[in-house]
Design a protein around this ligand. Structure first.
Ligand code: HEM
Length: 545
């Protein structure tokens, strides 16, 4: 039962009203006064100085002087597109569950008659807004669903694990990976020491490093890239019951990479290769498509895994829980204005709708603070949610008031509750029917800073990834390690990567890396390695084409 007129084009209809406001034939000032001359400033005499009174000059120049806003502190470079998401008719969730309706009240995931408008932004993580597209990096894959029940943001990446286990470490990670502070050289050009120094001292990073050294870090096109929610989330049904979920986007065109030689040539020949690729195919009418899949598991299954589902450096292998397709996303419209849409879109993992909830993953929990906070910096105001691209289609109504650049005109005297001035019945609690309710998870513990022991074991899944690769993919990873670590000046950093990290993943892998970077071959690791032969075929890109 969906509201009247809510469909795939609802967001575009809303944006059209905004676009129309900017239309017009004649040149005017910002205040609607027709302008007759815009090339010459007003002067005191033909060769005299410019006069302060020239309001058109002042307005034009002031606007220009203030055109730039801070770029995102990470994921600065990106491209976006509009489209829609639609659940499949009959999501087959195996014997245990009939359909997602039993698992979540989020209609965006369950109603096959509903096309929900989306805006997706793909990005590189580390480079500045003007950097090159085809660098070795993680890619962001952020989707804003303008659902009838409010905006849901699935702010994901193109790799399923992450570098660190706790949000507290994120500023350190980003300081290490961004251009070095003294000479501002990006890691991709001259020096490489800070990132690899950090990595070599953080064994929890090992699994993600394997992905970053693989072809996953060199996507051929945004439309040929998987996406992952990374964290474990929750689905919650009408009865308040919950299961865990991992979100997966799978491109219809398969998952493909560039090879290193192609990427380095593209830096020079077409540094917008990925951004342009997405724009061009949509303009030409080849609308890229992804399938949304979910891995669903309950508390009992979660307990039985040999890793912690709250640890974002771990994946749930598809050999343990298969991915079940639930719907498709099509991107079919390019933005009209890069700044207004792609630059000003503000994603936030904390934007969820009823039926979707968080887990206690300490990385996710920290993200719930970070995005809104950084957006206050980026927009200079708490009212960025009123910018057209960020506005929900769902109605909103609350007592939030004022602030820089407020667009809403809120009527009435009372912006507080309870009130007897504007409300007919001040004692009534007018909570929206179907309002968001947090999953009532039972929590009982001491306030502590240490990390759960269940987060240890940093190598098993890194080994699973290595074992799952085909020979050419393994060669790629070794070559990448040679290139990257070969640029590290300090030999002790190279040694720590080989001896402390890679040798615990796989001895042969570590030996091959050592050979190419002037490090003595490592000794066979002494500790017993459980499940050394385990593989997950879904991790190989060869099996995803
Ligand atoms: C962007 C923080 C982990 C995906 C950002 C931004 C910040 C941030 C500050 C800039 C947002 C803006 O200016 O609008 C963090 C913190 C993390 C973290 C503190 C860990 C504690 C992750 C993870 C993922 C991710 C695990 C993937 C699952 C993204 C994406 C964007 C982004 C896709 C770009 C969104 C866009 O296109 O506008 N992050 N991040 N981040 N982050 Fe994270």
């Amino acid at each position: 039962d969906h509201g009247e007129g809510f469909d795939e084009s609802s967001k575009q209809d809303q944006l059209d009203e905004v676009r129309e406001r900017a239309e017009g034939e004649e040149l005017t000032s910002d205040h609607g006064v027709k302008i007759s001359e815009t090339d010459n400033s007003l002067k005191a005499g033909e060769r005299g100085p410019t006069i302060m009174e020239d309001f058109h000059f002042r307005e034009k120049m002031t606007q220009f002087d203030h055109e730039s806003i801070p770029e995102r502190v990470v994921h600065a470079r990106g491209t976006g597109a509009h489209g829609y998401f639609q659940p499949y008719e009959d999501p087959e969730l195996g014997d245990e569950y009939d359909g997602l309706e039993d698992l979540t009240k989020a209609k965006v995931l369950t109603n096959p008659d509903q096309k929900t408008p989306v805006f997706v932004r793909f990005s590189t993580v580390v480079g500045s807004r003007g950097s090159s597209d085809t660098v070795r990096d993680v890619r962001g894959f952020a989707t804003k669903f303008y659902t009838e029940e409010g905006n849901w943001d699935l702010v994901g990446n193109n790799m399923p694990p992450f570098f660190i286990q706790d949000a507290m470490e994120f500023p350190d990670l980003v300081h290490a990976i961004k251009p070095e502070p003294d000479d501002a050289m990006p890691q991709a050009s001259a020096a490489h020491d800070t990132f690899w120094d950090f990595a070599s001292l953080k064994p929890e990073i090992t699994h993600m490093i394997m992905w970053v050294l693989s072809g996953r870090a060199l996507p051929r096109a945004y439309r040929m890239m998987q996406g992952f929610g990374v964290h474990t989330f929750r689905l919650v049904n009408d009865e308040g019951e919950s299961v865990f979920v991992k979100f997966h986007w799978t491109p219809k065109l398969g998952t493909h990479q560039l090879v290193w030689d192609e990427t380095t040539k593209l830096w020079g020949k077409d540094s917008d290769f990925n951004r342009k690729g997405l724009y061009d195919v949509i303009e030409e009418g080849y609308d890229p498509e992804w399938e949304l899949g979910v891995q669903i598991f309950d508390e009992e299954q979660a307990e039985a895994f040999d890793f912690d589902i709250l640890d974002p450096t771990k994946i749930v292998p598809e050999t343990e829980v298969p991915v079940r397709p639930i719907g498709k996303m099509v991107l079919n419209e390019t933005p009209d204005n890069f700044f207004a849409e792609t630059e000003q879109v503000a994603f936030h993992p904390g934007n969820v709708v009823p039926g979707i909830d968080f887990s206690n993953d300490p990385l996710l929990q920290g993200r719930l603070f970070s995005y809104q906070d950084t957006q206050l910096n980026r927009f200079g105001s708490a009212n960025w949610d009123e910018i057209p691209i960020n506005q929900p289609i769902a109605e909103r109504h609350n007592n939030q008031r004022a602030g820089f650049m407020r667009q809403e005109i809120n009527e009435g005297k009372a912006s507080y509750k309870p009130n007897s001035i504007d409300d007919d019945d001040p004692q009534e609690v007018p909570e929206a029917e179907g309002g968001y309710e947090h999953y009532a998870e039972k929590i009982d513990g001491k306030k502590i800073r240490n990390r759960s022991e269940s987060f240890e074991n940093h190598f098993t899944q890194a080994r699973l990834f290595w074992n799952s690769m085909s020979e050419p993919e393994k060669d790629n990873i070794v070559d990448a390690a040679h290139f990257e670590l070969g640029k590290v000046d300090r030999i002790e950093i190279r040694e720590r990567m080989v001896y402390d990290l890679f040798n615990n993943v796989d001895h042969e892998f570590a030996t091959r890396v050592a050979e190419g970077i002037g490090v003595d071959p490592p000794e066979e690791p002494g500790n017993e390695m459980p499940d050394h032969d385990r593989e997950d075929p879904s991790l190989s890109m060869e099996n995803r084409t």
